[in-house]
Design a protein around this ligand. Structure first.
Ligand code: HEM
Length: 182
């Protein structure tokens, strides 16, 4: 039940997948919203603080998820997948992992550019460890923004593919990620 089997994803993979999907989409929306706030808005400081804490949560979950993914078997692909479709789906999954870590690192570099640490809901702080390059906040900010758009475009395509498999091909691709047994 907790672990993946040859026919379906287990509860741990399912919870990691859907909690991170929600967090990433929520973080994207919050990022777009918070840059429109003016100084007198009640959320002017609160929204970036929340965005940073949730960003740290994404980074922690990413670590757990990559380890879990490497340890666990993957359910077998549906029989109707073509060779290239299967390769493409796998490439997209690994691209997500790469994008998540790059977005997290860029976010960390923006936050720590002025030598301030990043607080995790006020519980503890990840310290600023180094200044990596000149104009760090601007350059990391641009990279963070561009990669955030890229991951959302990829998530949109990934969702379309999942829905196509569910409603058009009528296979078990989506049911597997809902933890349903064969
Ligand atoms: C930002 C949002 C999302 C990210 C980053 C993401 C990422 C991933 C990753 C990395 C996998 C590979 C399995 C794993 O390693 O856990 C995966 C599988 C899957 N995702 Fe997502 N996902 C997102 C949103 C969605 C949405 C909205 C849907 C459906 C409506 C969806 C449906 C699926 C399905 C069905 C699989 C299993 C595919 C297979 O076994 O071939 N995902 N996703």
């Amino acid at each position: 039940m907790l672990r993946n089997s040859s026919t379906t994803y287990g509860l741990i993979t399912v919870l990691l997948h859907w909690s991170m999907a929600l967090l990433i989409i929520g973080q994207f929306a919050m990022g777009l919203w918070m840059v429109t706030l003016d100084y007198y808005d009640a959320w002017y400081h609160g929204a970036p603080d929340l965005h940073k804490s949730l960003g740290l949560l994404v980074a922690f979950l990413w670590l757990i998820r990559v380890v879990w993914r490497c340890l666990e078997r993957q359910p077998e692909a549906e029989a109707n997948y073509t060779y290239w479709e299967h390769r493409l789906a796998l490439a997209m999954h690994w691209l997500f992992y790469v994008l998540i870590v790059l977005i997290s690192v860029a976010g960390y570099l923006i936050s720590t550019a002025e030598d301030a640490g990043v607080s995790f809901f006020g519980v503890f702080e990840v310290p600023a460890m180094f200044i990596a390059f000149e104009q760090q906040a601007d350059i990391a900010g641009w990279i963070h923004w561009a990669l955030a758009w890229l991951i959302i475009i990829c998530a949109f395509l990934h969702t379309l593919a999942a829905l196509r498999h569910h409603f058009y091909n009528r296979d078990r691709t989506l049911l597997k990620m809902l933890g349903r047994k064969g």
